[in-house]
Write a protein that binds this ligand. Structure first.
Ligand code: C5P
Length: 294
């Protein structure tokens, strides 16, 4: 039986840094949201080789440097899985973009292998394994809308986010998350989020309320590396966005629109003024069941 899984991207409606930890990471407070934009992963049992991984993006490594390969190898070794496994990954989510593309691919691989081999791992078990591969992997396994603390792995599910049109714009720059956090420690900090406002907006299904709490303290650091971030935000806001913010450590910027018509107009403005920006029209994704569905 083959398994096909959608590995969805995430955006950060809020990102605040609370403190630096002894392990070099930072304690964070975030509101995270799954969007429809996704990669596709196919798993097949194989006979000719123990583990083979192929990817549609030629310059991505397909060995231990890739979280998908590492996660599959970990489960194969830990649970002594019989036979071989073939994994193919079709990328749509931009890479090193602040959208957790790699973490989501890893989460989908863990979840798919659990299902394929009937390992019986619960969502919590998978999340405990997932955090070994990246701080965003537990959220990618959970999906939907959540408040995140610690490194990003302590998750409190929130009620479903109301549907909204979302544009994601990605400047042609890859930003290293660890470099941004390092620069953050000695930098001037952008305005923080109003997390209470976002959570109360989600509960009341009030898009304007949610957007009025948007904030990401890493934004100023990443704008320094990639000034396109602020230009993009300004064009989206000038085109009628309800709110716009950098996601994660950037450089992707997302913007909320009241409807698709406004969103299309804003996309057109960006493609005229900043033709080098890749854009995606998507929406907030909420499944009532948490975790991946097959
Ligand atoms: O966990 P992940 O591998 O995605 O993190 C990438 C880098 O981002 C880490 O090596 C660390 O430098 C930084 N980071 C951090 N605090 C977090 C999450 C990530 O400092 N909570």
């Amino acid at each position: 039986m083959d398994i096909t899984i959608k590995a969805r991207a995430k955006i950060n409606l809020a990102l605040d840094v609370v403190s630096k930890r002894e392990d070099g990471y930072h304690n964070l407070r975030m509101v995270m949201q799954t969007v429809y934009l996704h990669d596709q992963i196919v798993l097949k049992k194989a006979h000719k080789y123990p583990l083979k991984f192929v990817c549609s993006t030629p310059y991505l490594p397909v060995d231990e440097r890739n979280l998908v390969y590492r996660a599959a190898l970990y489960l194969k070794d830990t649970f002594k899985l019989p036979g071989g496994l073939f994994i193919s990954l079709k990328k749509h989510i931009p890479i090193s973009a602040g959208l957790a593309g790699g973490s989501s691919d890893c989460a989908a691989t863990l979840s798919g292998i659990n299902r394929m081999y009937n390992l019986g791992l619960s969502l919590n078990d998978l999340m405990e394994i997932g955090v070994k591969f990246g701080s965003d992997v537990p959220f990618c396994l959970l999906g939907g809308t959540a408040f995140a603390e610690g490194k990003g792995e302590i998750l409190t599910p929130l009620p479903p986010h109301p549907p909204v049109s979302v544009i994601i714009g990605k400047p042609p720059v890859s930003i290293s998350t660890s470099a941004v956090f390092k620069a953050f420690d000695s930098a001037r900090h952008a305005k923080g989020p109003n997390i209470d406002c976002i959570i109360s907006g989600i509960k009341k299904k009030d898009i304007n309320g949610i957007a009025s709490g948007f904030g990401n303290v890493l934004e100023d650091v990443s704008i320094h590396i990639c000034p396109d971030i602020v230009k993009l935000k300004n064009i989206y806001m000038g085109s009628g966005a309800i709110g716009a913010l950098m996601s994660g450590s950037g450089p992707s910027v997302f913007a909320y629109f009241s409807d698709q018509k406004h969103a299309w107009r804003a996309m057109k403005n960006v493609s005229l003024l900043m033709p080098h920006i890749r854009q995606f029209l998507t929406g907030t994704f909420n499944n009532t069941k948490r975790g991946f569905s097959f």
